[in-house]
Every structure is written in structure tokens, then in C-alpha cells.
Ligand binder design. Sequence first.
Ligand SMILES: *Cc1c(COP(=O)(O)O)cnc(C)c1O
Length: 353
Amino acid sequence: MTLINSELIIDPNIFRQNISYIKKKIKNSSKFLAVIKSDAYGHLLENIVSDIDDLVDGYGVVRADEAKKIRKLSKKKILLMQGIYSQDEFLFAKENNLDLVIHNNDQFKIIKNNNNYENLWIKINTGMNRLGFEIDEFKEIYKKYLFDKKFTLMTHLASSNDINSISNREQFKLFNALSDKLNSEVEKSIANTGCIMNFPEQAHDWVRCGIGIYGGYINDSEIQTAMTLRSPIINIRSIKKGEKVGYDGRAVAKDNMKIASIYIGYADGMPVSIKDGTKVIINNQEAEVFGKVSMDLTTVNVSNIDNCKLGDWCEFFSPNLPISNIAKSNDLISYYLMTSIKSRVKKVYKSLK
Ligand SMILES: *Cc1c(COP(=O)(O)O)cnc(C)c1O
């Protein structure tokens, strides 16, 4: 029995195109860490690794169980981007040959206790105030424990998408002033996708690229959305001018209209905050969301769609309808949309060409 369902179709050919395009922005001497935390931003971690392994120098994740899965598939570097929190986790990391981010003194104590300074990425806070040693704290541990060690110094930008933000310049200045004084073995890493695209000269030894691989980066139309979210029409009705659609009667018909109900709702990961007017594609034509998203349904104005009928697919984002559009027009971010898709949506992972 085939069951009707919403579908998330993932195209790994697009990951490869996006990676190759982004790598052209930076020098060959910068190594490429593919950030595949949170199930590769919803793109099925265990599928993606073998499809991009030849193009990348390593992987970044947050959860130990994800690192373990990747280790079975790749011999390349795997970075636990928020490090470890106990001796057990430290031992797990060693067993699986993981690199560790160390971002505070509690974590560093575990490293000292084990007297094992290999494969460390020391994260400093340059203004984001989330994770990372303060610069003075870092200088202390560098002087005592790290002055002769090979490690990677890293920091993370708060506003990399905004080429004009003064905070980027302040963060670069603090990072570069500090890293210039360290021993010559120390490697450096600042750049996420936004930084690679806006400040490629800050790529240093390692870039940590996530959203660009999946095509959610907002400011470059060469980068393609790798996932398609689509769901079938299960009902079409006509309504008269003045009638309302959906919960709270949010959408009021200004004319006589044709309304399609689509088999997807917030229980599938379509945010309840999606606004009227959000663009979707049905039969290669543009239509608009009309009415508040409910648990299992989304209503769309199909008044101007030719021949639309039950079973036709409604696309919410795809290579033809960038995920950054729906994100932008709804005050969301593509990272959020990608990682919101629920398990009941059918996942279709295409094969490489
Ligand atoms: C998630 C993450 C990245 C990747 O950021 P993108 O904007 O998705 O490229 C890089 N570095 C760190 C520390 C992260 O947590």
C-alpha cells in the first residue's frame, strides 16, 4: 500500500556543486570542514558523508553519537564542535579519534588531567559571548600549557552575513592580533559560510562550512537549495468574496477564490508562523499561502493556477524555489526550516549522477 505523504527530496549532486563553488572562493591552502551537525541540517548525515567525502577535509558535529556514525564512514578529521563534558566523553573521543573544541576552563581541566593535548581546537570569545575563553584566560593557559603545542585557534562570528557589520571587523581584529603572537604550528579558523562568502581573506587554515553546502545561504544565487519539500493537494474548493479561510479567520477573500488544502502542517515542520502571501509552486506556477497553517494542513490560493487538481504537488522550497526566499519572507532562517522537518515526512535521498 502506498500512503499519501509529504516528501522531503534531497539531492546530493547539489551538495557537490555547492561545495565546489564555495571552495573556489578560498585559497587551496585552506582546508574545508563540512559542518554536518544536526543530521546534516536535516539532510541525512549517514547518506551525505559518502557522497562528499572526496571533496572535504573533515566534518564538524556537536553530538557524540553523530561523530560515532561518521567515524564508521570516513577516516577524515571529525571535530566535536562543543567539545566534551566528562572523562567518559574524553575517552570516547580518543577511541574514535575525534578532534575536540575546548571552550572553557572546565573542559580544559579534563585535558590537563589526561595530559593529552593532541587534536585540540581552542575556541576564544571575540564578541559573540556564547562559548569560548576570554582572551586573557586563553593567554594564561597558552603560557602554561600550550606555548609549544600544535593546535587550532578558533572563534565564531556573530554577523557574518552582514558585510557591513562593524562587529565582524572587531572580531577579526581581536582574533588576528592574538593569533599572530602564537607559535608557528598553530592553525587558525574563523570562517563559517557567511564569512567565506563575504570575507574570503579570513579563510585561514580551516573553513567551517555548513549552510552553504545545503543551499540555504541568502546572498548568492549560484548556491542552490538541495532539499525539496512538497506535499499533495487533497481538496479544492471555491469560496466567495468576504469568506474566511482557516483558523482565526486570518485570511479573508477579497474576491471569489479557489482554495487548495495541502497535506502538510506544523506537525510536519511547516512553521505555524508562515504568513499569507508566502510563495509556493504548483504545476510550475506560483501560488500563495492563504490562511494560517494548521497541524496537518496548509491552505493555498490556487485561483490563478491552470488545471490544478487533487494529487498535484505543492512545492514549498526546492532547487527552483530557494529556501532562503520562504525564510526571508517569514522572518525565519533557512537553518531553522531545514532542521524543523519532522520524522513523519517521507525522506527521499537521490543518488549521485
Ligand atoms: C554551525 C557552525 C558553523 C557552520 O556555520 P554555517 O553558517 O552553517 O556555515 C561553523 N562554526 C561553528 C562553531 C558552528 O557552530
